[in-house]
Design a binder for this molecule. Structure first.
Ligand SMILES: Cc1ncc(C[n+]2csc(CCOP(=O)(O)OP(=O)(O)O)c2C)c(N)n1
Ligand SMILES: [Mg+2]
Length: 287
């Protein structure tokens, strides 16, 4: 999408909804805005039907503020809690069948490369842990093996939250949920390490507890996917509803998990991505 597509024909201006007018006048399209400027511009997602304290909603807000070029970005989502927010995101997004998101994103990226050979279009998958690490794992892994130029972002709430609380591959060992009352029997899947082995050029694990760090990682992942290869960002986004903690405790829970070592921020950058990102980040400093 170019900014010209976003702008409306002048004679229709007075009948456009106020929200849309505001987006055209003071949205992030075509501007260099990020997480530090949140609160000073019209955001791509302002309202959503997710639960109070939802770590995923907070992460989604930060992801959208971190996109290097929202005007030329398409997000591919999957079934799950985030799918309830996507219809209200002011950005091209596709809802794919649960688990198929990386296959859809791969095809889309290839088609966009052919259709717009002179433009860079970012294709970013944003999906839950169940969609990414369990039911869609085949499509996720095959997109990594094939070296598709897409970014995969997992919103890791360690559960199948939208269907009432089943354990997922990303739940911790012993996790008790509504539909896992005896506790999970096996450990959390090490998907970041698997991603690295499967050919991802950039892998990061982060959370909304440190918004600027999240921004840096999401940007790096999207930029590296353009030129180097597939990239993966895993965002720990705790769920107060299914893990039964108070909505105001989401961030303190992340910090507690960091302290006890069950959530570790980490980053892996392949030598090729390192070279590319150093060049891009140096050029940005000179701007
Ligand atoms: C093909 C298909 N299989 C199963 C479902 C049922 N389903 C809907 S949401 C969901 C859980 C999603 O879990 P996750 O990906 O972790 O997202 P969350 O809801 O936790 O954000 C499931 C199993 C479905 N809608 N479609
Ligand atoms: Mg989940």
């Amino acid at each position: 999408m170019s900014e010209n597509i976003l702008k409306f024909t002048p004679c229709f201006e007075d009948i456009m909804p106020d929200e849309y007018k505001e987006l055209v006048a003071s949205g992030p399209y075509g501007k260099d805005l990020g997480v530090s400027q949140l609160g000073s511009y019209k955001e791509l997602l302002e309202e959503h039907p997710l639960c109070a304290g939802c770590g995923l909603a907070l992460s989604l807000r930060l992801i959208l503020a971190s996109l290097p070029n929202p005007a030329d970005t398409v997000i591919v989502g999957s079934t799950g809690c985030s799918a309830l927010a996507f219809p209200q995101v002011a950005l091209h997004n596709i809802h794919s069948l649960f688990g198929n998101q990386n296959a859809v994103a791969s095809g889309l990226k290839r088609a966009l490369k052919l259709r717009y050979p002179d433009k860079t279009k970012d294709v970013v998958v944003v999906a839950g842990d169940g969609a990414t690490a369990d039911i869609g794992l085949d499509m996720v892994m095959q997109s990594w093996f094939r070296g598709e130029n897409i970014t995969t972002i997992m919103l890791d709430n360690e559960a199948y939250a939208n269907t009432g609380g089943q354990e997922s591959g990303m739940s911790q060992q012993g996790a008790v949920l509504n539909m896992a009352p005896k506790g999970k029997n096996f450990p959390k899947i090490s998907l970041p390490e698997i991603a690295r082995e499967a050919g991802c050029a950039y892998v990061a694990v982060t959370s909304p507890a440190q918004p600027k760090r999240l921004e840096k990682m999401v940007r790096r992942a999207i930029l590296a996917a353009r030129e180097v290869g597939p990239t993966y960002v895993q965002i720990f986004a705790p769920c107060p509803t299914n893990y039964k903690f108070k909505p105001q405790e989401t961030i303190s829970l992340i910090k507690k998990r960091e302290k006890e070592g069950t959530h570790k921020t980490r980053e892996y950058i392949s030598p090729q991505a390192q070279e590319f990102l150093a060049m891009v980040e140096e050029a940005k400093k000179d701007e």
